[in-house]
Design a protein around this ligand. Structure first.
Ligand SMILES: *[C@@H]1O[C@H](CO)[C@@H](O)[C@H](O)[C@H]1NC(C)=O
Ligand SMILES: *[C@@H]1O[C@H](CO)[C@@H](O)[C@H](O)[C@H]1NC(C)=O
Ligand SMILES: *[C@@H]1O[C@H](CO)[C@@H](O)[C@H](O)[C@H]1NC(C)=O
Length: 129
């Protein structure tokens, strides 16, 4: 998976990738993932917004502003991407849940936000952790 994604050039260059969320990862209020010219931010007004930096522009948003505070974006182990507010209510979701596994949300260099998840190869060396 990582090899395929790297080959497609979707990882941010240099250091740890900052343009992704893996299953179980969260974006808390005020946090963002970013690529060179774009960032996806979980705002304090509960809106999740994709911004272009240059020229400055709002590209996409979940329209969940006013739905609570301390909102948290999570990529679930079932592939669902969702926002919860401080009362743990789900205020927005992609409804992309499927089988349990390792998924990744990528903020791509082509400005698209994409959830990937189908394994195309594995080493067969699983142990129970
Ligand atoms: C995005 O997150 C990075 C790393 O935490 C931070 O340095 C940067 O200021 C944040 N950008 C915005 C616009 O919130
Ligand atoms: C949290 O979300 C639920 C469901 O959308 C909503 O009913 C509730 O008012 C929200 N909480 C706040 C503090 O806005
Ligand atoms: C996704 O979640 C819904 C609601 O919980 C459930 O009805 C559905 O079966 C799930 N889909 C899959 C593929 O697990």
């Amino acid at each position: 998976m990582a090899v395929v994604i790297a080959a497609l050039g979707y990882f941010a260059t240099g250091g740890a990738a900052t343009n992704q969320l893996l299953s179980g990862d969260t974006l808390k209020t005020g946090e963002n993932i970013s690529d060179i010219n774009y960032y996806l931010k979980m705002q304090s007004d509960c809106n999740l917004v994709l911004y272009q930096i240059n020229p400055e522009k709002t590209v996409w948003y979940t329209q969940t502003n006013g739905n609570g505070a301390e909102c948290v974006l999570t990529l679930g182990t079932d592939g669902n991407l969702f926002i919860r507010n401080e009362t743990q209510s789900i205020v927005w979701e992609t409804k992309s849940n499927g089988t349990l596994g390792n998924y990744v949300l990528l903020l791509q260099q082509d400005r698209n936000l994409v959830i990937y998840g189908v394994p195309i190869w594995n080493s067969g060396t699983t142990i129970t952790v």
